[in-house]
Design a protein around this ligand. Structure first.
Ligand code: AGP
Length: 603
C-alpha cells in the first residue's frame, strides 16, 4: 500500500512530508519521492529504495518550500525504478497515487493518439496527463479532476498540487484518504493514513468516495472544502471523532514494533472486555442480537482469514448457524450464492484491503447485511458496513499481524456469544483474564522459545499442523514464519499429512505439531507418523501432556486449562514468538519484511 502526504503552510513543507512518509514506511514500499514549489515552479526529488536514499538527496539539495507532496510507492504497474517512482509531474501539475487505474492502458493509448507524451510505465501518470488535458480545456482544477475520475476505473486515491498555487487537491475511490488542517498554524494536510498527520493536523477529515477535497491557503487563512464530482458542495465526509496519540510510534524497550505488539496483547484483551462489556461497545453487541441469519459469510485475507476460521467455530457452535469462511480474493469473483437473510462479516485490520472491500461491496449490492471486524475507525470498510465491531488493537505497525489476530478472534467471540444470547459478562471477564494471564506466562518464557528457534532456524522447511480449532493456528503460524523469516513453511490439517505432504518429511524437515486436549489421540498419532519418518518434532500443547512431550524433539507446553474456546489464541502466541526469534536469527527486516505491504489496497 503506498503512502501519501501533502502539506502547505508557513514551515518548510519538506519536513512534515518526510516525517509523514517515514511514519508510513511500515506499510511497505520500494521507492519514494517529493515534489515541491519553488518560485511557483514544481521541483521534484525521487529515489528508488528506502526513504533514507531520498533523505540523503534532499540533504544535498536542501530545498525550502511552503507546499509539497510526497509518496512511498509499492509497485503495481511499472518496474521499481526512479522513473516510475512518484510524484509524477509535468509543467502544470504534480500528482501522487495509491491504487490501480484498471483501464490505464486504453486511456494511455487514446492520449498518445492525441499527441500526449508519457515518461513512465505507470498507470498513475495516466491520471496526470488526463488532468492536464482537461485543465487545458476547462481551466478548472476541480472540473478536470471530475472528468478524469469519471473516466478511470479501479480503486485509487490521488493527491495533487499545481504550479503557482499553494492549494492542494485530493480525491479517492475505494482507497484511503484523509484531509487535515491546523488553523492556528495556518497549515493544510492530506494523507493516505491519519497516522501520518498525528501531532501536525489539529483536525482530520475522512472524505467518502468521489468527494473532491480542495485545501486552500493564503498567508491570512486556510480552508478545507469538499465537492461532489458534479461541482456541488459535498457533505460526504466525517470529522475524526477523537485525537490519536503519537506514543504508539515508538517501540519502547522492544527491538521491533512486532515484538512490542506481541507484548501488548494481555493489556489489550482486558481493554477489549471493558469496551464491549462496560463501555460504548456494549450497545453494539446488543445490536447484533437482532440478526438471525440463515447463513454467515466470513470474508478476509491472510491473517484476517485465519481469524475467520477460528471465529467460524464460535458461530456454528453457539448459534447453530452455517458459516462459510472465504478468501476475499476468491469470493469476489466466484459469483457466490447470496441470500437476503445471509450476513457478511468482513475481517480486516486496516479496513483498506482491496479484495475485502470488493467482497463487501458485492454483498451490499446483493442486499446482504455487512458487518465488520475492523481495527481502523473511519477506514473504507468501516464506512461501508452497517455495523462495525472495532477490535481496539491500537495502531499495528509491524507488517506481520499479531495483536490484530488475537483481537479479531476475541471480538468475533463476543459477537457470536451476543448473537446467541449467551453473553455472560462475568464469565467472559473470567475467560479473558485467564487468557491474558496465561499469555503473560508464555511471554515470560521467551528463553525457551529462543532456544527452540536456535536449534531449528536453518532447517530445510517447516510444516505446522493442527486439528480442529488448531488448524487455523497452524496456518497462521506458518504465515508468520514465511512473512518475517522468509523460510518455506506450510500450515496443514494434521489429518491431511498422510494424503501427500508426509512425503516431504525427513530429518531436515521440522513439524511444529499443535496437539491440544481436543482430538488428542488423533493429533498425537499424526505426530508419531512424522516422528517415524525422522521428522523433527516441535510439540506445542498442554504443559501436562507427557505423551506429546515424549514424542517431541523440542516441547513448549502451556497452561490450556480452563481456556476452552480460547485455547487457539494462547497457542498462537507461541507461534508469534517462534516466528519472531527465527526471523531474528535470519537477520531479516522484521517490521518491514521484503515485498510486503501492511495493507494491500490493490488486488
Ligand atoms: C498478516 O501478517 C499479513 N500482513 C497479511 O496477511 C494481512 O493479514 C492481510 O493482508 C489482511 O490485511 P487486513 O487485515 O488489513 O485486511
Amino acid at each position: 500500500m503506498c503512502g501519501i502526504v501533502g502539506y502547505s503552510g508557513p514551515q518548510n513543507a519538506i519536513i512534515p512530508v518526510l516525517e509523514g512518509l517515514t511514519r508510513l514506511e511500515y506499510r511497505g514500499y520500494d521507492s519514494a519521492g517529493v515534489s515541491y514549489l519553488v518560485n511557483n515552479e514544481i521541483q521534484i526529488i525521487k529515489k528508488e529504495g528506502k526513504i533514507d536514499n531520498l533523505k540523503a538527496e534532499i540533504k544535498n539539495k536542501n530545498p525550502f518550500s511552503h507546499t509539497a507532496i510526497g509518496h512511498t510507492r509499492w509497485a503495481t504497474h511499472g518496474a521499481v525504478n526512479e522513473l516510475n517512482a512518484h510524484p509524477h509531474t509535468n509543467e502544470t501539475f504534480s500528482i501522487v497515487h495509491n491504487g490501480i487505474i484498471e483501464n490505464a492502458s486504453e486511456i494511455k493509448e487514446d492520449l498518445q493518439k492525441e499527441g500526449f507524451k508519457f515518461k513512465s510505465d505507470t498507470d498513475s501518470e495516466v491520471f496526470l496527463v488526463l488532468l492536464t488535458k482537461y485543465f487545458l480545456q476547462t481551466k478548472s482544477v476541480k472540473d478536470s479532476i471530475s472528468l478524469a475520475m469519471k473516466l478511470i476505473r479501479g480503486n485509487s486515491a490521488f493527491v495533487m498540487m499545481m504550479k503557482d498555487s499553494t492549494s492542494l487537491y485530493a480525491v479517492k475511490r475505494g482507497a484511503p484518504l484523509v484531509a487535515g488542517n491546523n488553523p492556528a498554524k495556518k497549515e493544510i494536510y492530506l494523507s493516505s493514513d491519519p497516522y501520518a498527520l498525528i501531532g501536525f493536523a489539529e483536525n482530520i477529515y475522512f472524505p467518502e468516495d468521489e468527494v473532491i477535497c480542495e485545501l486552500n491557503r493564503t498567508d491570512k487563512d486556510i480552508e478545507v472544502k469538499f465537492f461532489e464530482l458534479s461541482g456541488q458542495k459535498s457533505e460526504r465526509y466525517k470529522a475524526q471523532a477523537k485525537k490519536m496519540s503519537l506514543d504508539v510510534a515508538n517501540k519502547g524497550e522492544h527491538e521491533h514494533f512486532m515484538l512490542k505488539e506481541i507484548y501488548e496483547q494481555p493489556g489489550l484483551i482486558k481493554n477489549l472486555y471493558e469496551y464491549y462489556l462496560n463501555q460504548e461497545g456494549r450497545q453494539l453487541l446488543t445490536k447484533i442480537t437482532k440478526y438471525k441469519p440463515d447463513f454467515i459469510h466470513i470474508i478476509g485475507c491472510g491473517t484476517a482469514w485465519h481469524a475467520g476460521l477460528v471465529i467460524k467455530n464460535f458461530f456454528e457452535e453457539q448459534n447453530k448457524v452455517r458459516v462459510n469462511v472465504e478468501l476475499a480474493s476468491e469470493f469476489r469473483y466466484r459469483n457466490p450464492i447470496l441470500k437476503k437473510n445471509d450476513i457478511g462479516i468482513f475481517i480486516s485490520q486496516s479496513g483498506e484491503t482491496a479484495d475485502t472491500l470488493a467482497s463487501c461491496d458485492l454483498c451490499i449490492e446483493e442486499k446482504v447485511t455487512a458487518l465488520s471486524i475492523v481495527n481502523v475507525e473511519g477506514s473504507t470498510l468501516y464506512r461501508n458496513c452497517a455495523e462495525n465491531f472495532l477490535i481496539k488493537a491500537g495502531l499495528e505497525i509491524g507488517v506481520a499481524s499479531t495483536k490484530a489476530f488475537t483481537m479479531q478472534v476475541l471480538t468475533g467471540y463476543l459477537m457470536s456469544l451476543s448473537m446467541a444470547g449467551k453473553l455472560e459478562a462475568k464469565k467472559v471477564q473470567k475467560e479473558f483474564d485467564l487468557l491474558a494471564d496465561n499469555i503473560k506466562q508464555v511471554l515470560s518464557r521467551t528463553t525457551e522459545i529462543k532456544a527452540i528457534a536456535d536449534a531449528v532456524y536453518n532447517k530445510k522447511g517447516f510444516i505446522f499442523t493442527g486439528r480442529g480449532i488448531y488448524f487455523p493456528i497452524a496456518l497462521e503460524g506458518a504465515l508468520k514464519l514465511k512473512e518475517i523469516a522468509y523460510v518455506h513453511a506450510e500450515g496443514y490439517a494434521a489429518g491431511e499429512l498422510k494424503h501427500g505432504p508426509i512425503a516431504l518429511i525427513d530429518q531436515h524437515m521440522v513439524n511444529i505439531s499443535i496437539v491440544g486436549p481436543e482430538l488428542h489421540e488423533k493429533a498425537l498419532s499424526n505426530t508419531e507418523e512424522v516422528k517415524s519418518r525422522r521428522g523433527l518434532i516441535i510439540g506445542i500443547g498442554d504443559e501436562k501432556d507427557k505423551k506429546l512431550k515424549g514424542v517431541s524433539d523440542y516441547y513448549f507446553g502451556m497452561n490450556l486449562e480452563g481456556l476452552d474456546h480460547l485455547r487457539p489464541v494462547l497457542v498462537n502466541i507461541s507461534m508469534q514468538l517462534f516466528a519472531y526469534y527465527v526471523a531474528k536469527l535470519k537477520g531479516t527486516d522484521i517490521d518491514k519484511p521484503r515485498n510486503l505491504a501492511k495493507s494491500v489496497t490493490v488486488e
